[in-house]
Write a protein that binds this ligand. Structure first.
Ligand SMILES: [Zn+2]
Length: 242
C-alpha cells in the first residue's frame, strides 16, 4: 500500500511506503516485479503438491534410463525425496510467497554510517548443471531513513539463493531487493562462491572461488566509501566456503 506524493522538487511523482508507528511492511509482489527476473515459462504454475508428483514421476524415469533398480529399498523413495527437496527446499525461492516477511523500521537512532554484514552463508544451485553453489554474501548499505532487522539480510540472500541461479543474477537480485526494501540506492553486495560444477566435473578445480558484485548509489560514486566496504569484507582466499 503506497501513497502517491509529489517529491520535493515538485516535478516528479514518486511512491513512498504508507507507514504507521514508524514502520512499514514490505510489499513482496512489488519488490519481485522490479528485480531482474529469473527466466520462467509463461502460463499457470503447478501447485506445490502436483509439482512434487510430476517431478517424482519424471525423476523416476531418469533413474530408470540410467539403469537403476527402483525396486531396491535404497532407491525406491528417491524420486519423491528429490521432488520434495526441489519444491520445498532448494527451489523454494521460485514461489513468491516464500519471500521473508519483513517489517522495515524508521531510523530513529540517527545512525547515518555504513552498515556491513559479512559472511552470510548461502547454498544455491547452478542452473546450468543443477549442482550446488556454496557461498558467502557480504552486504552493506548507507543508513538513512529506514533500518532492517539484521537477520532479514540473511533471509533475503537465502530466498534468492533458493532458485536455479547464475551467480551474477543472484547478486543483482539481492542488491535490487535490498535497495527497494531500504528505500535507498546506497546498497552494495559482494558474493563469493564455490561452484560444484567447476569442482566436481569438467575442469575439476576445487580451489576456484568466483566473486561477483553489484554496487549502486554512493558505493559507486564515492571511491572512499567503496574502498571502506571492500576493506571490511574478507578476501576470497580467507573464506572458508568448503
Ligand atoms: Zn554450473
Amino acid at each position: 500500500m503506497h501513497d502517491r506524493v509529489r517529491s520535493a522538487d515538485g516535478l516528479s511523482i514518486r511512491n513512498i511506503p504508507r507507514h504507521r508507528n514508524g514502520e512499514y511492511e514490505v510489499d513482496v509482489s512489488e519488490i519481485l516485479a522490479k528485480v531482474v527476473p529469473t527466466p520462467r515459462a509463461k502460463g499457470p504454475r503447478l501447485d506445490p503438491e502436483t509439482a512434487k508428483l510430476e517431478i517424482a514421476r519424471h525423476h523416476r524415469e531418469i533413474m530408470e534410463i540410467l539403469g537403476l533398480d527402483l525396486g531396491d529399498d535404497s532407491l525406491s523413495e528417491t524420486p519423491e525425496r528429490v521432488a520434495k527437496m526441489y519444491v520445498d527446499e532448494i527451489f523454494g525461492g521460485l514461489r513468491d510467497e516464500s519471500f521473508p516477511k519483513i517489517t522495515v523500521v524508521e531510523n530513529k537512532m540517527s545512525y547515518d554510517e555504513m552498515l556491513v554484514e559479512i559472511n552470510i552463508t548461502f547454498n544455491s544451485t547452478c542452473e546450468h548443471h543443477f549442482l550446488p553453489i556454496l557461498g558467502k554474501a557480504h552486504v552493506a548499505y548507507l543508513c538513512k531513513g529506514w533500518v532492517l532487522g539484521l537477520s532479514k539480510f540473511n533471509r533475503v540472500v537465502d530466498f534468492f539463493a533458493r532458485r536455479p541461479q547464475v551467480q551474477e543474477r543472484a547478486t543483482v537480485q539481492i542488491q535490487q531487493a535490498l535497495s527497494q526494501i531500504l528505500r535507498t540506492e546506497d546498497v552494495a553486495v559482494v558474493v563469493d562462491a564455490m561452484h560444484c560444477c567447476v569442482k566436481t566435473r569438467g575442469i575439476g578445480d576445487d580451489g576456484t572461488i568466483t566473486r561477483t558484485s553489484k554496487l549502486s548509489g554512493a558505493f559507486q560514486s564515492n571511491p572512499s566509501l567503496r574502498s571502506e566496504f571492500y576493506t571490511s569484507i574478507p578476501t576470497p582466499d580467507r573464506l572458508k566456503i568448503t
